[in-house]
Design a protein around this ligand. Structure first.
Ligand code: AMP
Ligand code: DBH
Length: 555
C-alpha cells in the first residue's frame, strides 16, 4: 500500500523501470548490509581521526538498529536528522535504513523555525542532533519540541546525552546489548516503494517542501551516477558539504562510494585550512563541491602549501560553475578533471562525462545519466522550444519524484498532467547534446549552493511593524554567486535597519544563511501593470548597487 501523502509512480512506468532492471525491489538497508560484508576489511570512512572499516560499520549499524527497534522505531518511522559530518551520521543513517525508518535530512544551519516545522509536518518520532551548533542549543530545542509534539519520543544525541527520559547518546546505543535480535530486523516488512529518505527542496514557496525518495529510486540514483564517476578500488571521496544533502549523500556521495567498496573522508568544516591538509593526508581522489567552496579555496593562501595531486575528479554542483573557474581548478589540482553535476534533491541528475571534449566539459552542465530520463525544454506556452533555444526544464524518469510529500495543491502546480516535474530551471541544449544552464524562473536566491526561498523570508519580514512591503532578490556576489538583498517599503516615517530585520529573523528562529545581507529602503516597490512586484527590476537594481562597489563580498 502506498504511504499516505506519497505520489506513486504509475503502474506502466514502474513496470518499465523494473523490466530494465533499474529497480531492484530490495530495501536499501539490506543492499548495504550485503555490500558492507563484501568489503569487510576495507576502510569505509574516516571522521575526526577515527577510521571505520566496512565490518565495523556493518556491526555498528546493525547493533544501533536493534537498539532503536527496542525504542519503538521501525518501518516508516519518521526521524528528523540534523547531524554534522561525523561518524554518528553514517552509522545512524544505515541503522535507520536497516529499520525501514525514514530520515529527513535537515541541515546543520537550520534553526527552530525549520526544525519545528519538519518535526510537526512529518510527525517525527525521533530527532537526531549534536548537543549544540555554536550558540544554538539543539537539546533545548528538542525539549520544547517534545512538549509540542506528542509523537516525538526520542532525542538521539551525537555526544553525551543529558540524563533525561527520551534522550539517548548514539555512542551509548552502539555499546549497549539490544533485546531485539538480528532475526527481528530481518522480519521487518519494508516496502521498496516506500520512501527511504525525505530530502528537502530548495523550494520556492514559504513551506519547505519534503521530497520522498523511494528505496528503489534512491539506490538506482547512486549506482548509476557512480558508474560515470570513475570510482576505482581504494578511491576516497572528501565530504565537506553537509553530508545529508542529496549531493554528498547519494549523488554519488557516500552511497555511491560505499556501493563500490570505496571510502569517504568526512570534514566538519569546508574551509581551506581544514580541507586541504585532509586531502593531502588521506590521499583523497574525489571532491564534491559547490562553486563557492572552490572559489574560497582558490583565494586562500593555504592553497599553495599542500600536495593535491591525488585528486582525479572534482564534482561541482548546486550552482553554475564558470568555465574559467573550472580551468583554474584544474591548474590548482594538477591531476584533476572538473566534472559538473546538475542535480536536484527532486531526482534528475545531469553530469558531464570525463571523456567529453574539454570545451564541452567546461562549458556545459552535462546530460542525464539514464536513457529513461525524459527531459523537455518548454516555453511560456508550455510547448517545447526549438532545439538550441532556452526553455524551462521539465523532467520525468526512474528516480525523479512524482510529487512532494503531503502538499497536493503545490503538486498540481509543480507537475504537469503527465507527471513531469517543472524544475523552474532555464536550460538550452548545446550542440554536443549536453545542456547549458541559462538561469531560472523560480523565486530563489542561490547562496553558494544553499537555496533560499524569497517568499519564506518575506513572509517573516512583513510581520515587522516598520515594514509595509518587502521583496527579497538575489544580488551577484563574486564568491557565493548570490546573496540576498531586501527591498523594503517602510510603514510610516521610521525605516527599519538591517539589524532590526535580521534581529526579527533571528528571534523567529530562521536559519542564519537565509538572513538578507543588504537592505535598500525604497519609497515604493516597482509594480507590474497587473500589480505584481517586479522582481526583475529589483534584481537589476541590486546588481547595479553591488556593481558600483569595489570588487569583493559586500557585508
Ligand atoms: P534543490 O531543489 O534544493 O535540490 O536544488 C536543485 C537546484 O539547484 C536545481 O534545480 C538548480 O536550480 C540548481 N543547480 C543544481 N546544480 C546546478 C548546476 N550544476 N548548475 C546550475 N544550477 C544548479
Ligand atoms: O543543488 C542540488 O540539489 C544538487 C546539486 C548537485 C544535488 O541535489 C545533487 C548534485 O545531487
Amino acid at each position: 500500500m502506498t504511504m499516505e501523502g506519497v505520489t506513486p509512480f504509475p503502474a506502466e512506468l514502474a513496470h518499465r523501470y523494473r523490466r530494465f532492471g533499474y529497480w531492484e525491489d530490495r530495501p536499501l538497508g539490506e543492499v548495504f548490509a550485503e555490500t558492507f560484508s563484501r568489503h569487510r576489511d576495507r576502510t569505509a570512512f574516516i571522521a575526526d581521526d577515527e577510521r571505520w572499516s566496512f565490518s565495523e560499520l556493518a556491526e555498528g549499524s546493525e547493533r544501533l538498529a536493534r537498539n532503536l527497534r527496542d525504542q519503538g522505531l521501525g518501518p516508516r518511522s519518521p526521524v528528523v536528522v540534523q547531524l554534522p559530518n561525523c561518524a554518528e551520521f553514517v552509522v545512524l543513517y544505515f541503522a535507520l535504513q536497516r529499520l525501514g525508518a525514514i530520515p529527513l535530512m535537515a541541515l546543520p544551519g537550520h534553526r527552530e523555525h525549520e526544525i519545528g516545522h519538519y518535526v510537526e509536518f512529518i510527525g517525527a518520532e525521533a530527532y537526531a542532533a549534536p548537543s549544540r551548533y555554536g550558540d544554538f542549543d539543539c537539546l533545548d530545542l528538542a525539549r520544547r519540541l517534545r512538549q509540542r509534539n506528542s509523537e516525538l519520543k526520542l532525542v538521539l544525541v551525537a555526544g553525551a546525552a543529558p540524563p533525561e527520559a527520551g534522550f539517548l547518546s548514539i555512542r551509548d546505543l552502539l555499546e549497549r546489548e539490544p533485546h531485539s535480535s538480528p532475526a527481528d530486523l530481518d522480519r521487518l516488512a519494508i516496502d521498496p516503494d516506500d520512501p527511504c529518505v525525505f530530502q528537502l527542496s530548495g523550494g520556492t514557496t514559504g513551506i519547505p517542501k519534503v521530497i520522498p525518495r523511494s528505496h528503489n529510486d534512491y539506490l538506482y540514483n547512486s549506482r548509476l551516477i557512480a558508474s560515470v564517476n570513475d570510482i576505482r578500488d581504494g578511491d576516497r571521496l572528501l565530504v565537506a558539504a553537509p553530508i545529508g544533502h542529496n549531493f554528498p549523500l547519494a549523488s554519488p556521495g557516500i552511497q555511491g562510494f560505499f556501493l563500490n567498496g570505496a571510502a569517504a573522508v568526512l570534514s566538519r568544516s569546508a574551509r581551506a585550512a581544514a580541507v586541504l591538509p585532509l586531502i593531502e593526508r588521506e590521499r583523497v581522489t574525489h571532491l564534491e563541491v559547490v562553486p563557492a567552496m572552490i572559489l574560497a579555496w582558490l583565494a586562500d593562501e593555504e592553497m599553495g602549501r599542500h600536495r593535491l595531486d591525488s585528486v582525479r575528479v572534482v564534482n561541482s554542483g548546486g550552482q553554475k560553475f564558470q568555465p574559467e573557474t573550472k580551468r583554474r581548478t584544474e591548474t590548482a589540482f594538477p591531476q584533476a578533471q572538473v566534472q559538473e553535476v546538475f542535480g536536484m534533491a527532486e531526482g534528475l541528475l545531469m553530469i558531464t562525462r570525463l571523456d567529453d571534449p574539454p570545451e564541452v566539459r567546461h562549458e556545459t552542465a552535462g546530460r542525464p545519466i539514464c536513457p529513461e530520463d525524459e527531459v523537455r525544454l518548454v516555453g511560456e506556452d508550455g510547448l517545447e522550444v526549438a532545439d538550441g533555444e532556452v526553455g524551462e526544464l521539465l523532467c520525468r524518469g526512474p528516480y525523479t519524484l512524482r510529487g512532494y510529500y503531503r502538499v497536493p495543491e503545490v503538486n498540481r502546480r509543480a507537475f504537469t498532467a503527465d507527471g513531469f516535474y517543472c524544475s523552474g530551471d532555464l536550460l538550452r541544449r548545446h550542440p554536443s547534446g549536453n545542456y547549458v544552464v541559462e538561469g531560472r524562473k523560480k523565486d530563489l536566491v542561490n547562496r553558494g549552493g544553499e537555496k533560499i526561498s524569497a517568499e519564506e523570508v518575506e513572509d517573516m519580514l512583513l510581520t515587522h511593524p516598520k515594514v509595509a512591503n518587502v521583496a527579497c532578490v538575489a544580488m551577484p556576489d563574486p564568491i557565493l554567486g548570490e546573496r540576498m538583498c531586501a527591498f523594503v517599503q517602510a510603514r510610516g516615517l521610521a525605516a527599519p535597519t538591517l539589524e532590526e530585520l535580521t534581529g526579527l529573523l533571528q528571534d523567529r528562529g530562521l536559519a542564519r544563511f537565509k538572513h538578507p545581507e543588504r537592505l535598500e529602503v525604497v519609497e515604493r516597490l516597482p509594480l507590474s501593470p497587473f500589480g505584481k512586484v517586479q522582481k526583475s527590476v529589483l534584481a537589476r537594481r541590486a546588481a547595479e548597487l553591488v556593481g558600483t562597489q569595489a570588487e569583493g563580498a559586500p557585508r
